[in-house]
Structure formats: structure tokens, C-alpha cells
Design a protein around this ligand. Structure first.
Ligand SMILES: [Zn+2]
Ligand SMILES: [Zn+2]
Length: 244
């Protein structure tokens, strides 16, 4: 199973960067997790969007979905010109309702709600979900291929659910949207890099990957903070592909 980083910033991109977007490839299967601004352009460096088996949106904040609005145009025009027949399966939390409805474009997206009981089986891949703690409904995603398992938190602040859900995974990718110095209260929407290290340690994962970087931060600080509690940590590098 391969993971390619198509965007690693939030809530806005760095110069030449992109917000949340991650491509999972296993055999011929291609799944896009999140589709923030800049992701559609980067996706096409690796695969054609027509080939996507599914798009999974962890939540409906703009830095995770904004390129869905232009993917819509791409598919609509390709279909009108007879260049594409498929309708892409899109999975997303059903709220906020107005954001969910914006994605509900017939014949372009086959939109289905994510719930905690949803299980997707795409060839050898099994995909499951659990709810996180964020200002809008957000789900962490687990993808396993029978040998390896990958978990991505989406956006979240500290909670026990991610520790339970990520127990022993081969790769855990976490929202490290904050450094400790920027956590001014407990009421924040993201994990600090330090908290990411604690989650990885308590979940007993094999490897931790940090993402969702504030564009003006130096990721060396994230590595250092997370490394205080967990040694096997790296940052998600834009356009890099990792074997899970
Ligand atoms: Zn975000
Ligand atoms: Zn968010």
C-alpha cells in the first residue's frame, strides 16, 4: 500500500503548497483522502482523476474539500464531451448540511454519508471510521490491506478515540496543526506536535507521521516536540510517496 502526500498544510497553503490531500494506492485501486486547495493539480502528477475509485472526505472544512468544487467542473465537462462515464464515489460526514449539499451533484459524485458503522471493502482494502473531536463532525480513517494498516486522524484535538482506533497500526498520520507554544487554551481544534507523540506512544504504533502544518511553522520544531515522547516520527513531505 502506497501513500502519496498531495497537500500537507492547513488552514491555508504555503507558497507553492497545498492543503489536506492524500492518495492511497494498492494494486490498481486509487483512493483520495481529502481534497483541499491545490490537491487536484498535485493529484494529476500521479494519477488521472477519472481513475479514482473513491474520495473520502474526513470533514467539510474548506482546507479539506475546496478542490471538490473544481473537480466537479472537470467531471461535468468531461461527461458532456463523452470523455468520462463513471460517477465518482464520495464519502463525507453528512453535516454541516449546507456543505454536504454543495457536494451533492448528481451524475458527478455518488455521495454517501460516513458513519461510525460504515465499512468499505474495495478489493483487498477494508476501510473503517471513528469520530474525532473538531468544531464540525470529523472522522478518522483506517485503511488495511490484510497485512498493513494505516490510520489518518483528519483534524482533531486531543481525545481517547484516536488512541483506541490506532492501536498498533503500521503508520499513524496525525493532525499536528499546532506547536505547544500556540496552544493557548484547551479549546483548540488541533493536536499539538507534542500531543501527537503521546498519542503514538499510548497507541503503540510502529511509525508516526505528522501533517497539517501551519505554513509559517518550521517542521523541525514539530519533529522535536513529537520526538520527546515517540522516536519513530517523520513529517509528511509534499509530493513524497511512502510505502506502508
Ligand atoms: Zn484542516
Ligand atoms: Zn478542520
Amino acid at each position: 500500500m502506497k501513500l502519496t502526500i498531495l497537500g500537507n498544510n492547513g488552514p491555508f497553503p504555503s507558497v507553492g503548497g497545498a492543503c489536506s490531500g492524500y492518495l492511497i494506492r494498492e494494486g490498481n485501486r486509487k483512493i483520495l483522502i481529502d481534497c483541499g486547495n491545490g490537491v487536484l493539480g498535485n493529484l494529476q502528477k500521479f494519477v488521472r482523476f477519472e481513475e479514482l475509485d473513491a474520495v473520502i472526505l474526513t470533514h467539510l472544512h474548506s482546507d479539506h474539500i475546496s478542490d471538490m468544487m473544481v473537480l466537479r467542473y472537470a467531471v461535468q465537462i468531461k461527461k458532456a464531451r463523452g470523455l468520462m462515464e463513471r460517477t465518482i464515489d464520495v464519502y463525507a460526514p453528512a453535516e454541516p448540511v449546507e456543505e454536504y449539499q454543495r457536494l451533492n451533484v448528481n451524475n458527478v459524485f455518488n455521495l454517501k454519508p460516513i458513519t461510525e458503522t460504515l465499512v468499505l471493502n474495495i478489493d483487498s482494502l477494508k476501510i473503517t471510521f471513528t469520530e474525532m473531536t473538531h468544531p464540525v463532525k470529523c472522522f478518522a480513517v483506517s485503511i488495511e490491506n490484510g497485512e498493513k494498516r494505516f490510520v489518518f486522524s483528519g483534524d482533531t484535538s486531543w481525545n481517547q478515540n484516536i488512541i483506541r482506533f490506532a492501536k498498533g497500526v503500521d503508520l499513524l498520520m496525525l493532525d499536528a496543526g499546532l506547536l505547544s507554544k500556540d496552544k493557548k487554551s484547551d479549546n483548540v481544534p488541533h493536536l499539538t506536535a507534542k500531543e501527537c507523540g503521546v498519542v503514538a506512544k499510548e497507541a503503540g504504533v510502529k511509525k508516526l507521521m505528522l501533517t497539517h502544518f501551519w505554513p509559517e511553522d518550521d517542521v523541525k520544531e514539530h519533529l522535536q516536540e513529537a520526538g520527546e515522547n515517540f522516536k519513530h516520527v517523520e513529517v509528511a513531505r509534499l509530493l513524497y510517496t511512502y510505502e506502508i
